[in-house]
Write a protein that binds this ligand. Structure first.
Ligand SMILES: [Ca+2]
Ligand SMILES: [Ca+2]
Length: 473
């Protein structure tokens, strides 16, 4: 990874930062040592601080931890002391609305981001807010209301003098950059082909050319210039509803896309809109109604609402075209190397490999020890050769075979993988990776852990834990 290891020197100790969703550029990897292997509610607990409901993840900067939560209509941002877990300050805004949420989503699902000093938080029911390290509100940028079937979830990204946010929704998706000092919009780029996405963008530094921001979305990975927001290139081949963050490493991007109904692909594609209208538009209104569709053709996903994107009860051309593409999409893990100065559709030139087995749904991939790792519902851990895309090993983690929403992280020669039921497994990587421990935290986990020297921070359903081996700092 290019020049992004950010070290902050406190008085006598060296604290590595973890500045946004999955730490350094979403990679989930930290250069740390002395991480705990055995821990639990009564073991290796340095501190535990109760926090309100949320699925956002903790971030680390200087002597602070930032985290969001919600209670009734209050959207809360916490600053905790990194050493003790004590709440240094707590700020909240009232939400003006309550968006519809998937039962596992929450009003506080986006992880904060920091530029090393200030914090940037996003709530789907409000928009963006920035607080100073002292807890003073610097600016607010109301956004929305959004039209996202399952509620918003992507996290903001701090990039130089700006904050970038993906606002993927059922209609009128866009990518936004605002001035980090003022909250004023710098650019806004439409993502017309994208519906209800949840992926947090990744910064990408090509060998030649300026900084880019890469966002997985419906059927494609897309790259934009950080400076102006214009779309630079796309790679086709993802599935329709993306929750995972792409990984950037040495000029290569790794992305996954899993959506219901795309595991096998569709042998017989649906007809284009004009043709389907000619066949089935019984009431001649130029739209497709549920009762006009042959149910044997309408079987994937099962949710009319997920297809009727503008929620008006019928399908128009855009909605049918999207559904048609969805029926032929394949779930996939893929690697791409964009050519120098890449522009437009670079699928044929850039895709290094595709692997369609054991693709995770919500949990993002991890690149560690030269291997790409994925964790799928059922506790299915897969290691893939990052160069060839060949599966090295797939096996279930014993005693942790439930669902996975938290993303894997790695450091100190170990992988940390948290299941929904609160089983946090520690894995020793290698050709024949092995499970070192399965630690039961006895509460659900949806957030992604944060790592620093000797310490592991984990948000459970009710609290933020700091685990460590005694006074290891
Ligand atoms: Ca009709
Ligand atoms: Ca419609």
């Amino acid at each position: 990874m290019k020049g992004r290891l950010l070290i902050l020197f406190a008085t006598t100790v060296c604290l590595a930062d973890w500045r946004g969703f999955r730490g350094d550029n979403g990679a989930g990897v930290a250069s740390v040592t002395g991480l705990p292997v055995e821990f639990g509610p009564k073991k290796s607990v340095l501190w535990r601080t109760p926090v309100e409901r949320g699925t956002s993840s903790p971030i680390l900067v200087g002597n602070r931890i930032y985290l969001t939560g919600s209670k009734a209509d209050d959207l809360v941002t916490y600053a905790l002391d990194r050493a003790t877990g004590k709440v240094v300050w707590q700020q909240s805004v009232k939400r003006p609305r309550a968006e519809a949420l998937h039962k596992l989503n929450a009003p506080a699902s986006a992880t904060p981001a920091t530029d090393g000093q200030n914090v940037y938080v996003f709530f789907g029911d409000f928009g963006l807010i920035s607080y100073s390290a002292e807890g003073k509100e610097r600016w607010r940028l109301p956004l929305g209301p959004f039209s996202n079937l399952h509620g918003m979830a992507a996290s903001p990204v701090a990039a130089g003098d700006r904050v970038i946010l993906a606002c993927d929704q059922d209609t009128e998706s866009f990518l936004l950059a605002v001035n980090k000092e003022t909250g004023k919009e710098i650019w806004r780029t439409k993502r017309e082909a994208v519906v209800h996405g949840f992926a947090t963008p990744t910064l990408f530094w090509p060998e030649n050319g300026p900084e880019q921001i890469v966002v997985p979305g419906s059927y494609m990975l897309a790259s934009y210039s950080v400076a102006k927001g214009e779309e630079l290139w796309t790679v086709r081949g993802l599935s329709w509803q993306i929750k995972t963050t792409a990984i950037a490493d040495n000029g290569v991007l790794y992305a996954t896309g899993w959506a219901p109904g795309a595991d096998a692909g569709e042998s017989q594609p649906l007809p284009p809109y004009d043709q389907v209208l000619a066949e089935i538009d019984a009431n001649n209104d130029g739209k497709v109604a549920p009762e006009e569709i042959n149910p044997t053709r309408f079987k994937h996903g099962g949710s009319w609402r997920a297809i009727d994107l503008n929620n008006d009860g019928v399908l128009d051309s855009r909605e049918w075209t999207f559904y048609r593409a969805r029926r032929s999409a394949r779930n996939v893990t893929l690697a791409v190397r964009p050519p120098a100065n890449a522009r437009g559709d670079i699928t044929d030139a850039a895709v290094l490999w595709r692997n369609e087995r054991f693709v995770p749904q919500v949990s993002s991939p991890l690149l560690y020890a030269g291997v790409l790792w994925t964790i799928k519902d059922g506790g299915i851990l897969t290691s893939i050769d990052a160069t060839t895309g060949k599966t090295l090993k797939t096996a279930r983690i014993p005693n942790a075979m439930d669902a996975y929403y938290s993303s894997p992280v790695a450091g100190d020669g170990k992988l940390y993988v948290a299941s929904e039921a609160g089983k946090l497994s520690v894995i020793k990587p290698g050709q024949d990776w092995e499970v070192l421990t399965v630690n039961d935290l006895e509460e659900n986990i949806y957030a992604t852990p944060a790592l620093e020297n000797g310490r592991l921070y984990v948000r459970t359903a009710a609290a933020l834990y700091c685990f460590g081996a005694g006074d290891s700092k």
